[in-house]
Design a protein. Structure first.
Length: 406
């Protein structure tokens, strides 16, 4: 949008500085209306009543549109054109996760399960009355948008990062735990995407297999490297659905597993030893350091050393990749950050009305994070493709990215 000077009236500024309750909402409303006006002038190539050769159309008044925000409902005056339609990103960019959070709270209120805290938050967010039919209509609209994101076609993704989070939801007059299964990927060009979300009762192998088959049914292919924790059902499903792909056990989770078998007085020494192993440049070097650590600590922490020995090779799988990819693919930190953002919103709700409400909020949020990832390359894949070409079996000529042997 071209440079445009925003104006704030003295009365509005006085209300804001004087602590007026609606001052901030009025300020946001004023600014957004001025932004809409500036966008209209830019699209028409001329200001109101301006005569010039650059003008591409004519105005036809305004229509009002209500936009709900954290500072209350905003009444926006959307310009209308005689020929063609006025376009703006203000409404499209209005956060789906914000809508989902408000709807989750509203659902709880209209169904009589709200707490005093939830009611207060809802009042602050909405600052307007609402009915059960209004909530249902808004939920249906948001569900369609989340579904479109969650069922879009996929393509080639050499790298997958997988994790799950658990939330509480009401079911048959009980509070139960629900698993949100999340899969993210890095495509052949190095861009990140959230590939899909599914809710379930637990992380069983069968449920993970259904999840992966669903993703493959949407076009997912070319998986070469999978990063996750060591949940047995998940690992079994990965080996079955992505046969031949390398599975990398998250080094952060693995380190926590080893340290969980360690008395407090030995944890610092063992943590330093694990860091030395994971900083190795080759698998041979890492094994040598691991064996030295096991000899040193075997008598002090035998269970921890058994855990280290059993999981070491899976935690070193990333060393088979070119060095530039190891830092970001040695753990599920990318997924952990995604889940932390979900947790920040989920803590407001605490207990969802039902599984659908949980799916709506999580789905809306990951859709927004996915959009934020677009246009920002996460990895330069040129070295990966060269490395893969050099290692690819001769009978796989013509495939750009396929699975690789463990």
């Amino acid at each position: 949008m071209a440079e445009y000077e925003l104006k704030v009236s003295e009365a509005l500024l006085s209300n804001l500085l004087g602590g007026g309750k609606e001052g901030l909402g009025e300020l946001v409303e004023s600014v957004l209306n001025q932004v809409l006006e500036a966008q209209a002038e830019e699209q028409l190539g001329a200001g109101r009543y301006e005569r010039c050769e650059a003008r591409t159309g004519y105005r036809n008044g305004y229509r009002t549109r209500q936009l709900y925000s954290r500072v209350g409902p905003l009444t926006l005056r959307v310009p209308q054109f005689r020929d063609g339609s006025f376009s703006t990103e203000i409404f499209q960019r209005y956060q789906r996760s914000e809508q989902a959070l408000v709807l989750a709270l509203m659902e709880m209120v209209v169904n009589g399960v709200s707490t005093r805290k939830v009611s207060k938050i809802t009042e602050e967010l909405c600052r307007t009355s609402f009915s059960k039919s209004t909530v249902s209509r808004l939920c249906a609209a948001l569900d369609a948008r989340v579904r479109a994101f969650n069922e879009r076609p996929l393509g080639s993704f050499p790298f997958l990062l997988i994790d799950a989070l658990y939330v509480k939801a009401r079911e048959d007059e009980r509070i139960v735990s629900k698993a949100g299964l999340l899969v993210s990927g890095i495509d052949a060009e190095g861009y990140r995407e959230v590939l899909g979300l599914r809710m379930g009762d637990r992380e069983s192998e069968g449920f993970w297999r259904d999840m992966f088959d669903w993703l493959k049914g949407r076009g997912l292919h070319g998986v070469a490297f999978v990063v996750s924790d060591e949940h047995k059902g998940l690992v079994g499903a990965v080996r079955r659905c992505f046969q031949g792909a390398v599975w990398q056990r998250c080094q952060v989770h693995f380190g926590r597993n080893v340290l969980s078998h360690t008395p407090s007085r030995h944890k610092d020494a063992l943590a330093e030893g694990l860091k030395r192993i994971f900083r190795s440049e080759t698998a041979a070097e890492a094994r040598e350091k691991a064996h030295a650590l096991m000899e040193e600590m075997a008598q002090k922490v035998p269970r921890a050393m058994t855990c280290l020995e059993e999981g070491l090779e899976d935690a070193l799988a990333v060393l088979s990749l070119p060095e530039k990819y190891r830092r970001r693919l040695k753990s599920t930190n990318m997924q952990e950050r995604l889940i932390q953002e979900i947790r920040r919103r989920e803590r407001v709700i605490r207990i969802f009305l039902n599984e659908e409400s949980a799916h709506r909020l999580i789905g809306a949020l990951v859709a927004e994070i996915h959009e934020e990832w677009q246009g920002r390359r996460y990895l330069d894949m040129s070295d990966f493709h060269e490395w893969w070409e050099a290692r690819r079996p001769a009978n796989q000529e013509g495939e750009k990215v396929v699975s690789i042997d463990h």
